[in-house]
Design a binder for this molecule. Structure first.
Ligand SMILES: Cc1cc2nc3c(=O)[nH]c(=O)nc-3n(C[C@H](O)[C@H](O)[C@H](O)COP(=O)(O)OP(=O)(O)OC[C@H]3O[C@@H](n4cnc5c(N)ncnc54)[C@H](O)[C@@H]3O)c2cc1C
Ligand code: FES
Length: 269
């Protein structure tokens, strides 16, 4: 799914609140982006005014409703700290919607969404869209601790089941979310698996889906400079050559991705 309806838009903060340890949710009034964004696409936000920050920062659109888009962000550095300090009424410059979105196979009846940490961000809008199309949704979500689980309300509202894993066992089963995936695939027999999270997690989910013969899509993060396909700073190695995460992705068919693990094993998979 992709649509090149990108615009440069001055967006205005409607609300900005902390939703988990080190994680904020900013609601931005962005009428033009909100009306055309597809699940899985992202926006490129200009950080601060002037030229203090040369590069924009990419963020998935977590939800879109009316004239508003929502972005879930983890505070990791100067740009996301700046974002966390924005208040209602503050404006910023955004380019979007960018990239390809998730695609829904024809006739899909049940989808498994696997979210690791902030990987929940691009899956929110997808979960709502699938439920609106009548596709049953099962979510497997993992995080280091219960306080780091994000978007719970949304997933619990639209999913049939939300299975949880935390590293410390403070919610759901103790361990990585990947441990839940083979059993869920066997139990619900999904038509498609969607995953976003740390790359080793996505690699393991892709392997479980491949072993079960189920289609799988992953959303890949790369360092991005231009965000629009021009600079080649965001390349992804695929079985059909180098691709750009910003323009050819960030969503890729998992079977096409050459994971770091594959490179170590000499493309045995
Ligand atoms: C397609 C896409 C979607 C994303 N969606 C989200 C999201 O929904 N929520 C969220 O919290 N984060 C998301 N990220 C990661 C987010 O862009 C980075 O965390 C953010 O740019 C860090 O900025 P900073 O200034 O705080 O960090 P710094 O480390 O100070 O940034 C320095 C530079 O590195 C770049 N950079 C750092 N980490 C990343 C990264 N992981 N990916 C891309 N560029 C990075 C920044 O753009 C900047 O140019 C996404 C990344 C991509 C590529
Ligand atoms: S960020 Fe420039 S080509 Fe992708």
């Amino acid at each position: 799914m992709s649509a090149d309806r990108r615009v440069v838009e001055e967006v205005v903060v409607e609300a900005n609140e902390r939703v988990a340890t080190g994680v904020g949710l900013v609601a931005l009034r962005a009428p033009r982006i909100a009306q055309s964004v597809l699940p899985g696409q992202f926006v490129h936000l200009r950080i601060a005014e002037g030229t203090a920050f040369i590069l924009r920062r990419p963020f998935s659109v977590h939800r879109a409703h009316g004239e508003t888009i929502e972005v879930l962000y983890q505070v990791v550095g100067t740009g996301t700290r700046w974002l966390s300090s924005r208040e209602p009424g503050d404006a910023m410059d955004a380019i979007g919607p960018l990239g390809t979105g998730w695609s829904v196979p024809d006739g899909a009846a049940h989808a498994l969404l696997v979210a690791g940490g902030l990987g929940a961000a691009p899956l929110g809008m997808l979960a709502e869209d699938l439920a609106a199309r009548g596709v049953a949704v099962t979510v497997a979500q993992g995080a280091p601790t219960a306080e780091r689980l994000v978007a719970r309300d949304l997933f619990e509202r639209v999913a049939r089941t939300v299975a949880t894993a935390t590293d410390d066992g403070s919610a759901g089963v103790r361990g990585f979310v990947t441990a839940l995936v083979p059993g869920l695939i066997e139990e619900i027999r999904p038509d498609v698996v969607y995953a976003c999270g740390p790359e080793p997690m996505m690699c393991a989910v892709a392997a479980a889906a491949r072993d079960a013969g189920v289609a799988c899509q992953v959303s890949l993060e790369r360092l991005m400079a231009c965000g629009v396909g021009a600079c080649l700073s965001c390349t992804v190695t695929t079985r059909s050559g180098l691709k750009r995460a910003c323009a050819d992705g960030p969503v890729f068919d998992a079977a096409d991705v050459v994971w770091a693990q594959d490179e170590v094993e000499g493309l045995k998979r």
